[in-house]
Design a protein around this ligand. Structure first.
Ligand code: PEP
Ligand code: CO
Length: 455
């Protein structure tokens, strides 16, 4: 691979999953505007996240990355954003309490508007139109006008990403994430949830701990609890990512300032492809989805291409093998990466390898398979002297019925009731909280070792 990199060098590589924009002038004008608009995040936040991810890589912190499979423009509403933030805060509280280590919170949000598709076109009743690729590209309605990729949607996506993150930042700055007030994060239906008692026990225990500390130290623990929240999305539409890529002279590096933590999807992780080329030149931490089709050589070259300097916290491998295949695939992946001498952050995505069709034809995932994959991931990493540093989940703060199982025992029949996703099935509020409680409650994940006492 050539060593010359620039924000546009990806354009000389084969680029999968790019919208066929028909009007180069309209595209050029949208990109020019995007490039002139202020960034959504800033470089020192990206630096801070990279340091935190380095701690997760060493087993000293844990990453919780979650949100919708795809955000929609219509869902850019205060209630929906607050609900997503609330469930992530609740899960992170439960995980921090159980694991006794800091939890890094990263939303799949504020920019997660594009989706890879298995086919470029869709045919209905003899009519063939471009596939719907997410709200930042085109519209879902099946008309030629709606399906034509519209470069102006890149600007609408940028605006909604900025509005979303602005609201999240304001909530957090205003004390919404303060551990003294977990009641702010209560979702309306928590009262009816089978998870209520266990969750309230964790909240009470945290409140006791805080009170105890504040009593003996005569200090209020507030600054450290105003937790950070980071944004991530799949870096799919490379024109969009390129337009928000800036050189920061103080750091002497290029940053993607559309998000803190972009990732490369499994369909676009070709070594010679445009997505790997784009991501290798930015200073942000970068994730790559890893599936069973990737052999040792592919994996090793991804590692040395995307993180040539073996920088702590730089590269996250997000494995999504599925409960059935993880036992055979993960040990090989760990060995392959170890042979490079590089260190990476290992994250388990227990969603995308466990998708199946329900009897009614709806896409679903079983809670038990999701939990099993996570438990096996933790166990395999532990047994090989590696660390599972985080979890990547598709979830919503709403009361949907898209995944089956969990304490309420949702079945295939329940899927009809409140299935809202137009893409992948998400854990609902209760299932998300249950997942966090189950991971934190048993000795599934690695806890911080108790401090050695001086003799
Ligand atoms: C996703 O994260 O929604 C996705 C498409 O994942 P993957 O690239 O792992 O298939
Ligand atoms: Co998905």
């Amino acid at each position: 691979m050539s060593t010359e990199w620039s924000p546009t060098s990806w354009q000389s590589r084969p680029a999968q999953q790019q919208p066929p924009y028909q009007d180069p002038q309209a595209l050029g004008s949208a990109l020019e505007q995007l490039a002139a608009l202020p960034p959504i995040v800033v470089s020192w936040e990206v630096e801070k996240l990279r340091e935190q991810l380095a701690a997760a890589e060493r087993g000293e912190a844990f990453l919780l990355q979650g949100g919708d499979c795809a955000e929609s423009f219509d869902d850019c509403q205060s209630d929906k954003i607050a609900q997503r933030l609330k469930i992530l805060l609740q899960m992170s509280l439960v995980l921090t309490h159980g694991l006794k280590k800091p939890v890094i919170r990263v939303g799949r949000m504020a920019g997660q508007y594009a989706k890879p598709r298995s086919a470029d076109t869709e045919t209905r009743d003899g009519v063939t139109l471009p596939s719907y690729r997410g709200d930042i590209v085109n519209r879902a309605a099946f008309t030629a006008e709606d399906r034509t990729p519209d470069p102006n949607l890149l600007l609408r996506g940028y605006e909604r990403a900025a509005l979303t993150l602005n609201f999240v930042r304001a909530l957090i700055e205003g004390g919404f994430a303060d551990l003294h007030h977990p009641e702010y994060w209560d979702l309306g239906f928590v009262g009816h949830s089978p998870m209520k008692v266990e969750y309230e026990r964790v909240v009470a225990s945290v409140a006791d701990g805080l009170e105890f500390f504040e009593t003996i130290s005569a200090k209020e623990v507030h600054q450290s609890l105003r937790a950070e929240f980071y944004a991530s999305h799949e870096a799919l539409i490379l024109h969009y990512e390129q337009a928000q890529t800036r050189y920061i002279p103080r750091q002497s590096r290029w940053y993607n300032l559309a998000t803190h933590f972009p990732w490369i999807g499994m369909r676009t992780a070709q070594l010679e492809g445009a997505h790997v080329e784009y991501c290798r030149g930015i200073a942000n931490p970068v994730g790559v989805k890893i599936g069973t089709a990737m052999d040792a050589d592919w994996l090793q070259r991804l590692v040395t291409t995307l993180d040539p300097n073996n920088e702590p916290g730089k590269l996250a491998l997000i494995h999504r093998f599925g409960a059935r295949d993880i036992e055979s695939a993960l040990p090989k992946a760990i060995q392959a990466v170890r042979a490079t001498g590089h260190s990476v952050l290992w994250i388990c995505d227990p969603m995308h390898g466990n998708t199946e069709n329900s009897q009614s034809g709806l896409k679903t995932r079983r809670f038990e398979n999701i939990l099993t994959e996570l438990e096996m991931a933790a166990e395999i990493h532990r047994s090989m002297g590696s660390h599972l540093g985080g979890v990547h989940v598709e979830l919503t703060g709403e009361n949907v019925t898209e995944c089956t199982g969990g304490a309420r025992g949702l079945s295939d029949v329940d899927l009809q009731r409140a299935y809202k996703s137009s893409v992948d099935p998400r854990l609902n509020y209760e299932q998300s909280l249950e997942l966090a409680l189950r991971l934190a409650g048993r000795s599934v994940l690695e806890r911080r070792p108790a401090r050695q006492r001086a003799s």
